[in-house]
Every structure is written in C-alpha cells, then in structure tokens.
Design a protein around this ligand. Structure first.
Ligand code: AMP
Ligand code: MG
Length: 351
C-alpha cells in the first residue's frame, strides 16, 4: 500500500513536470535532466546556448547538471526529516545542541521566522512533533484529539534557541520540519549556481517549487503550467514569468483517506489539524525561492480572505493564485495578464 501511494505521488509529480516541460516552447533549444531527490521529482532544463550565443557541449551541460544534482543532494543531507544522517534529523532525534550549523539551515530558519511572524504564525517550522504524529507521507492513522493536543505543547519558536553558532533544543520532544520551505530554498541555490555558468536560460523545478534563470532563448516569457488540483492530468492555467520563483501548496500534493475523509499534509499550527478553509491550492510568485515556498504553505493555512488582507497590507511582497473548492480562482491584481485560466472547470470571480 505504501509503495503504491509512493508511486501515485511520483506520478502526480511527473504530471506537474511534464506539463511544465511541454509548456516551455521549442525543446530543441534546451536539454532536460531529471532526478529523484528530497523525496520528490526534480528537473533542470538548460539552454543549449550561452548568453553570447555559443553552443554549450553535451559534456559541459552534463557537468553543469551533475553539479545541480550535487547541490540538491547536499541540501537533502541538511534538511531531510527521513535521512537519519541529516542535520535536521540529528537535532530532531539524538542531540540537544548543534554547534556550527550549516549556513543553509540558519538562512532557512531566518526566513521561516520572518514568514511565521508576518503570517500570524500560519507558517511554523517548529511543528515537527505534530507533522510526525499525522504522518501524512505514510498515510496516518488519524491521531486522537489528545495526541494532537499533546503534540501542540511541543511546537513553537520558544522550543529552540538559535544563534549564529548554535541551535539548541529547549524541549526534548520538539522537532523541526522544513518540508514547507526547503525545496524553494534549494531551487534558488541551484539557480544561483546556474547564474555563475555560461547557461543563458533555464528552469529548475523541485516538487512544487519552480525557478527561472536568465533570458529565454526566444526572449519570450517562461510559460509555467499549473496543474488542476482536482484532476492532476489537466492544466488549470498558465503563469507567464520573466524571473523569480513559483511555489504551489495544495491538499492533493500529499494526503491520505480515512473513514471517507481526506487528510492532507498542510497543518494549521493553531488547531493541529489539516487546514480546512475552502482553499484547495495556492500558488505564490516572488523574487525569492524560500519565501515563495514558505508563503504558499502559510497562505494555504490562512485562507483566501486573510491572505488577500495580507496582500493589501503590503508587508509581504508576493503575487498569488488561489483555487477554492467551489471552483473559483482568485488572482492577486499584480499578476495582471500574467495568469491565464485555461480550464473550463474553474471561474474567475466577476470583476
Ligand atoms: P508545502 O508543500 O510547501 O506547502 O509544504 C508542506 C509541508 O510542510 C508538509 O508536508 C509538512 O512537512 C510541512 N508543514 C505542514 N504544515 C505546515 C505549516 N503550517 N507551516 C510550516 N510547515 C508546514
Ligand atoms: Mg511551501
């Protein structure tokens, strides 16, 4: 059963990626590489030409792709909650204090803290005790309300003391979970590396996070296909981007069913239960990889109304596409005509 679920989620990821690749124009201009890493499917698409118009050899492109894979693997060793050798796993299970934590870990904690503060705590990287209890990856079972209340006593920023030189766990049972931000961070790291190479343009995608690099060969926008959250084989619409990062959070990305009810993996840190506010998917576009990822998770928890208030308040710089379970698609005004709804199963609210 577990392996079937794993296969199904891999297929879902494949659908997202295929739609992405199919939407990138003349594939002859690019080389595609794919990996399975960070418990998800990753792709790197590299232009065959440098910014000066010179052809990049296959050998050189393979070398660049290998370095991209190495960057992803290096970060998997830091953030994975499943790899017992990872830094996060060590802190979650065996040790109380980590000296000289990796700069990546400190950077992700800093962004997590900022997003936590600016989203009324909707994003919470310290809810590892709760997400481990729900065990959405392996399909539950549904915890009891007592267990949830118990896990909630081991979440919160005050359970960890973080400085430039150490991370100290102040509660034996507390756990970190960077599942809502690490992929966006790593997507940005891979793109930063690509910008040091001769590759003129490209796309990196890691699970629900995508980043675009450089100017596209035909000087056009990158066309990013958003999967229909209710039918993974269909496209909801397209985002047209020239730069930045996109992250998608959705209840159909990972869930299990019990007693005829669906339990997904994005948890409301206030209640301890999967967020349940009428949204089925949130896509965020920002200039920063970790912010895009953390925000898509946070806005999914906050719901449409509060998310739009945050957008209007302007303390967080983002654009977003919200899909509600009634089939309404709400787009932040700043996206303008950069989002095109193509599925007839959904509607935009009347202007
Ligand atoms: P994403 O797909 O980016 O929305 O991330 C979802 C993952 O983030 C889950 O599988 C959990 O590992 C973790 N997570 C769940 N709920 C939250 C939350 N409220 N804040 C931060 N991380 C969360
Ligand atoms: Mg996220």
């Amino acid at each position: 059963m577990k392996s079937l679920r794993k296969l199904l989620s891999l297929l879902l990821c494949l659908v997202t990626i295929l739609s992405l690749l199919a939407s990138c124009g003349a594939s002859g201009d690019y080389r595609d590489y794919s990996y399975f890493a960070m418990d998800t499917y990753a792709t790197v698409r590299l232009s065959r030409k440098s910014a000066e118009g010179k052809t990049i050899s296959k050998k050189r492109a393979d070398e660049i792709a290998e370095e991209c894979a190495a960057i992803i693997q290096k970060h998997e060793k830091i953030f994975s909650v499943y790899d017992s050798d990872s830094e996060v796993c060590a802190l979650n299970s065996q040790i109380h204090k980590m000296l000289s934590p990796d700069a990546a870990l400190l950077s992700v904690i800093e962004t997590s803290n900022t997003v936590n503060r600016l989203t009324d705590g909707a994003f919470d990287h310290t809810l590892g005790a709760l997400s481990a209890l729900w065990n959405a990856k392996d399909g539950g079972p549904v915890p009891t309300s007592e267990e949830i209340a118990g896990a909630l006593t081991h979440t919160g920023k005050n359970k960890f003391a973080v400085s430039d030189t150490s991370i100290t766990k102040l509660d034996e049972e507390a756990k970190l979970d960077f599942g809502g931000i690490a992929k966006g961070y790593v997507t940005q790291k891979v793109l930063e590396y690509l910008s040091t190479t001769e590759v003129a343009s490209g796309i990196v995608s890691l699970g629900g996070s995508v980043g675009v690099h450089g100017e596209k060969a035909d000087y056009n926008h990158y066309k990013i296909g958003l999967r229909d959250p209710q039918n993974g084989e269909e496209i909801l619409g397209y985002l047209y981007l020239t730069s930045g990062f996109v992250s998608v959070s959705g209840e159909t990305e990972r869930y299990f069913e019990a007693d005829g009810k669906r339990y997904h993996h994005i948890l409301d840190p206030r209640t301890g239960y999967p967020a349940d506010n009428g949204l089925i998917s949130v896509t965020v576009h920002t200039s920063n990889g970790s912010s895009a990822d953390a925000l898509s998770t946070a806005l999914f928890v906050l719901g449409l109304e509060r998310s739009m208030e945050l957008y209007e308040e302007g303390t967080l710089d983002f654009e977003a596409v919200f899909v509600s379970e009634d089939g309404t698609v709400t787009v932040t005004p700043g996206l303008g005509d950069r989002f095109d709804l193509t599925s007839g199963d959904y509607t935009l609210p009347e202007a």
